[in-house]
Design a protein around this ligand. Structure first.
Ligand code: HEM
Length: 206
């Protein structure tokens, strides 16, 4: 495995990086926006969820466009964590801190997404429970679950939007300091917007 990884390092990193944006990041954005229908009340939310659940080939789409790419990204994310050199305490540069936070939020996102998928997708399917507004609202009554979701959503949004910044560097799209600075502002703005969308939707279930 070690030898194989060494040989294919470039390709694996490129695939890992690309999957973080498409389809995983695109799906994350869509998922946060879809859940915002909760701000219009239970009826509207349930109608949208039912529409999604009635989609043809839903299971194949979920496996092909969400689970497999996310698992690939997460598993190789853990492999790359081995090579993690933490410079954040030695150098005070913001980029070192963001590099460290990218890795820490990846681990938090893994735990959060694993729990979230188990709770609202796998366990409900196994027990034939309907997934609707009431189910989520009942969970969010519990303050510990609510706080866990705040941390999970915040970490995942940070990981994605800070990840867009490093994706642009890794793919040679932002090369100079000026374009990297502008990308930094754009990614921070996108992060704030997505965080608002995610937390506002979460609040609607309380
Ligand atoms: C919604 C889930 C996730 C999204 C949208 C996402 C997105 C991204 C993006 C866009 C990047 C930047 C790629 C680049 O620098 O070229 C990235 C990097 C990374 N991700 Fe994720 N990710 C997610 C979940 C995870 C999980 C669960 C892990 C598990 C540990 C993880 C670990 C990593 C690591 C270690 C990096 C840095 C790779 C490197 O620069 O060497 N990610 N992610």
């Amino acid at each position: 495995m070690r030898e194989w990884l060494k040989k294919n390092n470039f390709l694996v990193r490129k695939i890992h990086s690309l999957l973080g944006i498409f389809p995983v990041g695109v799906f994350l954005t869509e998922h946060l926006i879809t859940n915002s229908f909760a701000t219009f009340g239970p009826e509207v939310y349930n109608e949208k969820i039912e529409w999604i659940q009635s989609m043809p080939y839903l299971f194949a789409l979920e496996v092909g466009f969400i689970f497999v790419p996310l698992l690939f990204h997460a598993l190789f994310g853990f492999v790359f964590l081995w090579a993690w050199k933490d410079n954040s305490s030695r150098y005070r540069y913001a980029r070192n801190w963001l590099y460290t936070l990218q890795r820490v939020t990846g681990i938090i996102a893994f735990v959060f997404i694993g729990y979230h998928v188990w709770e609202f997708r796998i366990e409900t399917a196994l027990n034939g429970k309907p997934v609707d507004f009431e189910l989520v609202a009942n969970e969010m009554v519990n303050i510990r679950a609510f706080l866990f979701y705040i941390v999970g959503i915040s970490a995942t949004v940070f990981h994605f939007t800070n990840g867009i910044w490093s994706f642009l560097v890794h793919w040679g799209i932002t090369v100079g300091p000026k374009s990297q600075r502008i990308a930094g502002y754009v990614c921070a703005g996108l992060g704030v917007a997505l965080l608002y969308i995610g937390l506002d939707a979460l609040w609607a279930f309380r």
